[in-house]
Ligand binder design. Structure first.
Ligand code: M6R
Length: 365
């Protein structure tokens, strides 16, 4: 049932404040302000020299965001790969390893094959899935469920942000178990994460600004998304969403890679989405943005008040989100990224919930 929405995707985007609340309250203790991930001890975070993460599509991009978190908050190196590559790489895996697989459906063939590869080689398997009775959930040693509810739209939205919420819980839990996070620091981070549902509501309130971007974007045949750090996976996610929903060719790049090739594409017909909250790395992204502006590229900057005022006049359009801490930013910045693709597709009249050539769950390789 779509309720009052035109598409399941719109409904699922708007459900995020609520389902993020459900997922966060499963994995965090709001009273003590600590991560509380039952069964995380099975993953042996304390003894690991690296954590393996594997998934496909948007679930892979959630894993990529978490790499920054595991490394920063838990000093735990992460080896992440897309499942279709991982499964055939013959990478060494042993009983000293822990692998995390991430899948909304829990049925993705390549992700399941990666799980089986790791399991056969003796690794312990944790799975972040949305469907608890799925094959991946059954075969994992430990399941961490996203409480996103059924996701019907082919484009993954609420499952992605809920995956991030679970991964944040695991990263903080790992940080504590590995003696990296002090109790005070953990409490600070959890207090920030608890704000996610209300920040998500505020981000959704920007929808009419975002809708206005759809018309000009629908005329483009290419688009670029740029970001650094945890905004780099979001740039990839923005490009993936735009491609799958509106069929506009889009690419996501780490902003620092711009001058290693993609800058050659920039001209006045190229919309460039820059995802850059005013954080420690903002200045670096702005200098990439100025390089784009100098070549006539049309920039949409997704940022906060401070970021908008510090960018000079490089941006043609801005989407301004509330101020927020580093750890919550990738969860909240995902929302405008989803809305851009959604409204562009609606404007173009494509089949938003069932884009051409795609299946919700990719059970063949
Ligand atoms: O069910 P899964 O999370 O394993 O699916 C993985 C990908 O097929 C999925 O995220 C796909 O990329 C989405 N259509 C993206 O919106």
């Amino acid at each position: 049932d779509k309720g009052n929405y035109k598409h399941f995707m719109a409904k699922e985007i708007h459900e995020q404040p609520e389902v993020l609340g459900h997922t966060l309250s499963r994995y965090f203790d709001y009273t003590t302000k600590r991560a509380r991930v039952e069964g995380a001890d099975q993953l042996k975070f304390k003894d690991l020299s690296r954590l393996i993460i594997t998934a496909c599509g948007t679930a892979y991009l959630a894993g990529l965001v978490s790499k920054y978190w595991f490394e920063k908050y838990a000093r735990l190196p992460v080896e992440i790969d897309i499942a279709s590559e991982f499964r055939y790489r013959e990478t060494p895996v042993s009983d000293k390893d822990t692998a995390l697989v991430i899948s909304q459906s829990g049925e993705t063939a390549d992700t399941l094959a990666s799980l089986r590869y790791c399991k056969t080689n003796g690794a312990t398997i944790g799975a972040i899935v949305n469907v608890p009775e799925s094959t991946i959930a059954r075969e994992a040693d430990r399941v961490f469920q996203t409480i996103a509810g059924p996701e019907i739209g082919v484009a993954s939205t609420k499952a992605f942000t809920c995956q991030l919420a679970v991964l944040a819980g695991l990263a903080l839990q790992a940080g504590r178990e590995r003696g990296v996070l002090t109790p005070e620091r953990e409490q600070e981070l959890v207090a920030e994460l608890i704000e996610v549902p209300s920040l998500a509501l505020k981000a959704l309130a920007r929808e009419s600004d975002i809708e206005k971007l759809a018309h000009p974007l629908s005329k483009a045949s290419n688009a670029l998304y740029l970001g650094r750090a945890t905004n780099f996976p979001l740039a990839l996610e923005g490009a993936l969403k735009l491609k799958e929903l509106s069929y506009i060719h889009a690419e996501g790049y780490a902003a620092g890679e711009l001058k290693h090739g993609p800058i050659a594409l920039i001209d006045e017909n190229m919309p460039v989405f820059v995802i850059a909250p005013f954080d420690a790395i903002y200045e670096k992204t702005v200098s990439n943005m100025q390089e784009v502006a100098a070549r006539g590229g049309r920039i949409v900057l997704i940022t906060d008040e401070r970021g908008a005022s510090e960018c000079g006049n490089a941006a043609e359009n801005t989407v301004i989100l509330p101020d927020m801490s580093d750890i919550v930013a990738p969860i909240i910045y995902a929302l405008p990224v989803q809305l851009i693709a959604y409204h562009t597709a609606v404007f173009m009249g494509t089949d938003v919930d069932q884009p051409r050539n795609l299946a919700k769950s990719v059970t063949v390789e």
